[in-house]
Design a protein around this ligand. Structure first.
Ligand code: SF4
Length: 257
């Protein structure tokens, strides 16, 4: 959302033939002031990254901004009609794992979809992921009673989460468990970075340079071939769970992860 002209970009993209869905992942800090303009531009759904509901922990984890600003953004997002509005909470054992029930309680108060994400050894988290990692079964246990949802009952998003509901809740609970339950076989993601590189996988160094081809006058056919190349070099699966796998010096924010 700090990109100048984000609303006009969304408007242009949403008017292209074949575009059926546009969503935005955000830390939520600018959402309260931009929610309406984004919605009017054609954005339909939003994922807010929020790892704690305690103001005293917010600074430690997020390092800037304020919890109140993010919550204001979530309320504004619901008010303008983003649907689904998801919250991604990365569970960090010993840091925010005691807040799992608080996030479940949010789904009773609001029609939002909380997704608990296993910590992954990517970027800075790679340095402490093993001692702070909490697996899917422990996270699910901490949630209390959950009822599984079918694919039809799950929120839109083509994502890797599996969804449940806490009985009586307005929203849902999802789990993204990249390590304890690999979902690479269902992954349909390609990520275009701000530098114009199309990256087929978060766990791979490989990518193709679309910007270079476009700037040098490449044809649509050449562009199609290059995009296909990106799909073909997508690895079968990551091996982050391997004890020998090194943490990657890659930051999710630079890849749109
Ligand atoms: S590791 Fe790569 S293939 Fe697996 S889910 Fe993530 S982006 Fe997709």
């Amino acid at each position: 959302m700090v990109r100048p002209g984000i609303c006009s970009l969304i408007k242009r993209v949403s008017s292209l033939a074949g575009i059926g869905d546009i969503s935005l992942s955000t830390n939520g800090l600018l959402l309260s002031q931009m929610a309406n303009d984004l919605f009017q531009a054609g954005l339909k759904r939003v994922n807010v990254s929020l790892d704690t509901l305690r103001p005293e922990h917010f600074q430690t984890i997020a390092r800037f901004g304020s919890l109140e600003k993010v919550l204001e953004g979530i309320r504004a997002g619901l008010a303008v009609g983003f649907d689904p509005l998801k919250i991604n909470m990365v569970v960090i054992k010993g840091i925010n794992s005691n807040e799992i029930r608080d996030f479940v309680a949010l789904t009773h108060k609001f029609p939002i979809h909380v997704r608990f994400v296993e910590l992954m050894p990517i970027g800075e988290t790679g340095y402490f992921s093993r001692e702070h990692w909490m697996g899917l079964s422990d996270i699910m246990q901490a949630c209390g009673e959950l009822v599984p949802l079918s694919q039809d009952e799950s929120p839109l998003g083509f994502g890797p989460a599996t969804y449940f509901k806490s009985p009586g809740a307005l929203g849902t609970i999802g789990f993204i468990s990249a390590l304890s339950s690999n979902f690479c076989r269902r992954c349909n993601r390609l990520r275009l970075t701000a530098k114009g590189i199309l990256v087929p996988c978060l766990a791979s160094e490989k990518g193709v340079d679309l910007k270079n081809l476009i700037r040098s006058g490449g044809s649509d056919g050449e562009l199609c071939n290059l995009i296909q190349q990106a799909v073909l070099i997508k690895p079968e699966r990551h091996c982050m769970e391997s004890k020998n796998a090194n943490a990657r010096e890659i930051f999710m924010c630079s890849l749109g992860g």
